[in-house]
Design a protein around this ligand. Structure first.
Ligand code: RI2
Length: 305
């Protein structure tokens, strides 16, 4: 699963969180032995290994912590009990996560008006849930989807939204400002939401936000609460993943141009002042209310690490 997340066969912040939770449950089942202490140590190792799959989407460590808390808070008396605790916590997370995406769809759709033309970036299941729900409510028919180089996840969004019945226009990333004048609202997903309301999402998101602000177009983010980053409350930055430059131009081109540096950041940061609302499963909030979500999710411990 770590390899699948690393090479993005499993991708999308929500999906990798669910996959990690399920991988923990599978790893627990595979443990052979009778010593609960050894089981916990083994699970801590698996958790650490999975956590290092990709650095940016905070949903991944948050999901892992959720599952591991079931062992840490009440240490099991037997390996069987430990396995059961992990299995139940993992399935609780998966159920919660899928339901959260559905609720976000319903809450988010209410923010749209009849006839809105929308733009999105990359493929986010949460943003797609909002667009599909808004379409079912008869509010949104047309959506601009950016191709999202270098890995072209926009093509996934184009397929998903077209299958949901929307009229999709696929555009190159560089055409974002050209088409913004035709757009009423933007909606994107998130890999991490910081305590200061900044949103980390697929690289290029902040450019869409800039163009939207210039054109006075509303900019929404759809994010489950487990995408809020507790560490940012004490000033830690969300690490930005830099992926293989070969994803940008191919390894042959790189080999043929040894003097050219090719960089491939996977994410960028959109500051709170560019964001009108974050749609979570607990309600639609201002980005400046991000600390309230963190307080509710992690309590005062967040401030006293
Ligand atoms: P959902 C993705 O990252 C995109 O940046 C997307 O906006 C975000 O995760 C959230 O996706 P990547 O895994 O959880 O494609 O809403 O690098 O599906």
């Amino acid at each position: 699963m770590r390899e699948a997340i690393r090479d993005m066969r499993v991708r999308g912040a929500g999906r990798i969180a669910r996959a990690a939770a399920e991988a923990l449950a599978r790893a627990a089942e595979a443990f052979r032995g009778e010593d609960p202490g050894a089981f916990i140590k083994y699970m801590e190792g698996v958790a650490e290994f999975l956590r290092s799959s990709r650095p940016t989407a905070v949903s991944l460590p948050n999901a892992i912590s959720f599952v591991m808390r079931s062992l840490r808070e009440s240490p099991p008396a037997s390996v069987e009990e430990g396995k059961r605790a992990v299995r139940e916590a993992a399935s609780e997370f998966v159920v919660y996560s899928k339901n959260a995406v559905r609720v976000i769809g319903e809450l988010g759709a209410r923010r749209f008006r009849n006839g809105d033309v929308v733009m999105t970036h990359c493929h986010s299941s949460a943003a797609a849930a909002v667009l599909s729900a808004a379409h079912r409510m008869g509010k949104v028919d047309r959506v601009y989807v950016k191709e999202t180089r270098p890995r072209l996840q926009g093509l996934i969004a184009a397929r998903v939204l077209s299958d949901a019945g929307l009229d999709v226009t696929l555009i190159p990333d560089s055409a974002v400002r050209y088409f913004m004048k035709d757009v009423d609202r933007v909606i994107v997903g998130a890999d991490a939401v910081a305590a200061n309301g900044a949103v980390v999402n697929k690289v290029g998101t902040s450019v869409v936000a800039l163009a939207a602000k210039e054109a006075r177009v509303n900019f929404y983010v759809a994010a489950e609460t487990y995408k809020f980053s507790p560490r940012t409350i004490v000033g830690e930055l969300v690490p930005i993943e830099f992926r293989d430059p070969a994803e940008v131009v191919g390894s042959d081109w790189i080999a043929a141009h040894p003097k050219v540096e090719v960089l491939n950041p996977a994410f960028d940061v959109t500051p709170a002042e560019y964001i009108d609302a974050i749609i979570t499963e607990k309600g639609v909030i201002s980005p400046y209310a991000a600390p309230l979500i963190l307080m509710e999710e992690y309590g005062v411990r967040t401030w006293l690490p």
